[in-house]
Design a protein around this ligand. Sequence first.
Ligand SMILES: [Zn+2]
Ligand SMILES: [Zn+2]
Length: 91
Amino acid sequence: MYQDKTLVCKDCGQEFVFTAGEQEFYAERGFENEPQRCKACRMARKGGNHGGGERQMYDAVCAECGKPCKVPFQPRDDRPVYCSDCFRNRR
Ligand SMILES: [Zn+2]
Ligand SMILES: [Zn+2]
């Protein structure tokens, strides 16, 4: 019932295919708008500046339990860093 459709990306101007499967998916969710951007541009927007969608993480040591952990910001000596478990327990 759906057919592949060729759309033009708003960001890069490249043509991309809005596949029958995607159209069905959109219809199921009740989305009325067709996608405006190709997959690459959509991914780029989601991922921000780091590309690939991976956020830069820094190694740190939890000030509470001493476990090594990763945090999404550069740890500083004057600010304690907590692992996700301890961070949650503090609230
Ligand atoms: Zn594009
Ligand atoms: Zn901890």
